[in-house]
Every structure is written in structure tokens, then in C-alpha cells.
Design a protein around this ligand. Structure first.
Ligand SMILES: Cc1cc2nc3c(=O)[nH]c(=O)nc-3n(C[C@H](O)[C@H](O)[C@H](O)COP(=O)(O)OP(=O)(O)OC[C@H]3O[C@@H](n4cnc5c(N)ncnc54)[C@H](O)[C@@H]3O)c2cc1C
Ligand code: FES
Length: 250
């Protein structure tokens, strides 16, 4: 997986954002694309984006160098409902680049650790080289429980093996726990179904959806999902009770 984290310094404005929100990154002469803000909301003068190379904008973003100017529209979208997470056990499940959608929330949790009870991060990737924030995760593990599993582990890998769903049974799951799931649509659908089987209520399971976007502000309907909701404005964060679980996987 080819990923790069950009740290953008905001000139003459501050972005007051909350974990779960995104921005539209505008690269002059190339185009615009939405990306989750991955940095901590305690620093509104900078924004970090972790970008997986896919097409035009994401490839061009890999060539941004210190001093280059880029455009940002945002912060956009509905953040994670932090008030609903305070005082509770929290399970964060990420696969692949889905960890980018969780990083700002993780940093917020680390900076406000006393507001949360037990916090577990279950993160799955395929190969060791696919792991994003590999060094940083070690420092997260000093404050929250971290489980990293690889589905295509090499012999040298001494950590967990298999998919994240293979390890859900090792987490203390109970109906008052809040879970946040980020990854590819199919994986989010299957993890959500598993968590419901383990007794979690759909109201306590949150996902961050990715859909093709144009305006990013609820005007063009490009990001419409079943139920008449717009991912850019009503989301990207939804509880699994607000949308059909099938819609998560589409
Ligand atoms: C709210 C939101 C938050 C996002 N956060 C992040 C993030 O933090 N990090 C990140 O790397 N990406 C994120 N994405 C996905 C990112 O926006 C897309 O990868 C990007 O728009 C692709 O633009 P491009 O010009 O490089 O690709 P294009 O040239 O437009 O497309 C290249 C190929 O990639 C496919 N593609 C485009 N978007 C997606 C997608 N979302 N999923 C799967 N395939 C796609 C296209 O169908 C096409 O086949 C997010 C998307 C949304 C809606
Ligand atoms: S991107 Fe235009 S309405 Fe969502």
C-alpha cells in the first residue's frame, strides 16, 4: 500500500475541526478529492492527511514538497459524536487505509484519556509493509490496548495473524461498548454484522463511509446513499442504526 502523510500549515486561518471530519484537497491543475483529517483537533493551525495512492489527485499528492501551496475546503461533514463516547469502553476497528479515518479520534482519546474507560484498537492489514503509522502505534499502545493483525504475515511477524474478525472474540464485548469501524465497505459491513452477533446494538456501532463526491457540501447529490442521506453532509460518520447495514457494504 503506497501511503503518504501530508502536514499542511494553514496560512491566516485556523481550522476548528473534530475527529471524523474531512476536507477537500485541491491540487491546482489536477483536481480535488476528499480526505479525512488525521491530525489532532487540539492543533487547528495544522491539518494532516494520510493519502493512499489511487488515481489522479492521490498520485499527484505524493509529489507535494515542503513549501508547495495547495488548497483546502473544509472542515466538512459530521464528526464522531464524542459526547456519546465519553465515560464508556470504546472499541476502534480499522482495516487498511481505514486507520486514517481513526487517527484524529485516537489522538483525541490519548489527549483526553481520562474521559474514556477501556479503549481497544484492533487494526488489520495484509502485509507488514501495509501498516500505516507503524512507529506511532507503539506509543499509542502505552495508553490504549492495541491489537495489530496481519492476514498475509511473513514468518518474521511475531504479532497476531488473520483477519480482524478472527480476533473480535478476544475483546471484551458488551452491549454498552461503543465501536467505531473504518475500512473498505465490504469489511465494514462484515465487522458490523459480527459485532451485532456479539450483542452490540446498532446504535453503538459507528462507521465512516467513503463515496465519490463532487461538491462536498450537500448540493450535488453525488454522494447520495439509500435512505436519502448524503455522505458529505449527513456523514461521513453514521451509526449503523441510521443506515441499512447493506448500504455500508455498497
Ligand atoms: C469522506 C471521505 C474521506 C476520505 N478519506 C480518505 C483518507 O483519509 N485517505 C485516503 O487515502 N483516501 C480517503 N478517501 C478516498 C479518496 O477521496 C479517494 O481515494 C480519492 O478521491 C481518489 O481520487 P483520485 O483523483 O486519486 O482518483 P480518481 O482518479 O478519481 O480515481 C482512480 C480510481 O480510484 C477509484 N476510487 C476513487 N475513489 C475511491 C474510493 N473512495 N474508494 C475506492 N476506490 C476509489 C476510482 O473509481 C478509480 O477507479 C476519502 C473519501 C471520502 C469520501
Ligand atoms: S458531494 Fe455533493 S451532495 Fe455530497
Amino acid at each position: 500500500m503506497e501511503t503518504k502523510t501530508l502536514r499542511l500549515t494553514l496560512i491566516n486561518w485556523r481550522a476548528d475541526f473534530l475527529p471524523g471530519q474531512f476536507v477537500q484537497l485541491l491540487l491546482p491543475g489536477v483536481g480535488e478529492a476528499p480526505f479525512c483529517i488525521t491530525s489532532s483537533p487540539s492543533d487547528p493551525k495544522h491539518i494532516e492527511l494520510t493519502i493512499l495512492r489511487r488515481g489522479l489527485v492521490t498520485t499527484a499528492s505524493q509529489y507535494i514538497r515542503p513549501g508547495d501551496a495547495v488548497g483546502i475546503r473544509g472542515p466538512l461533514g459530521r464528526p464522531f459524536p464524542l459526547d456519546r463516547f465519553h465515560g464508556r469502553d470504546v472499541l476502534l476497528v480499522a482495516t487498511g487505509i481505514g486507520i486514517a479515518a481513526l487517527r484524529s479520534l485516537i489522538l483525541y482519546i490519548l489527549e483526553n484519556r481520562k474521559k474514556f474507560k477501556e479503549v481497544t484498537l484492533l487494526y488489520g492489514a495484509r502485509f507488514p509493509e501495509d501498516l500505516v503509522y507503524r512507529d506511532e502505534i507503539k506509543s499509542w499502545a502505552e495508553h490504549v490496548k492495541v491489537m495489530v493483525t496481519l492476514s498475509k504475515a511473513t514468518e518474521q511477524w511475531s504479532g497476531l495473524r488473520g483477519r480482524v474478525t478472527d480476533h473480535l472474540k478476544e475483546v471484551s464485548l458488551h452491549k454498552d461498548l461503543v465501536a467505531v469501524v473504518c475500512g473498505s465497505p465490504a469489511v465494514m459491513e462484515s465487522i458490523t454484522n459480527e459485532l451485532i452477533k456479539y450483542g452490540l446494538s446498532s446504535e453503538n456501532i459507528y462507521v465512516s463511509l467513503e463515496r465519490h463526491m463532487k461538491c462536498g457540501i450537500g448540493k450535488c447529490a453525488r454522494c447520495l446513499i439509500p435512505g436519502g442521506l448524503l455522505v458529505c453532509k449527513d456523514g461521513p460518520v453514521f451509526s449503523a442504526s441510521e443506515i441499512s447495514i447493506k448500504a455500508i457494504g455498497e
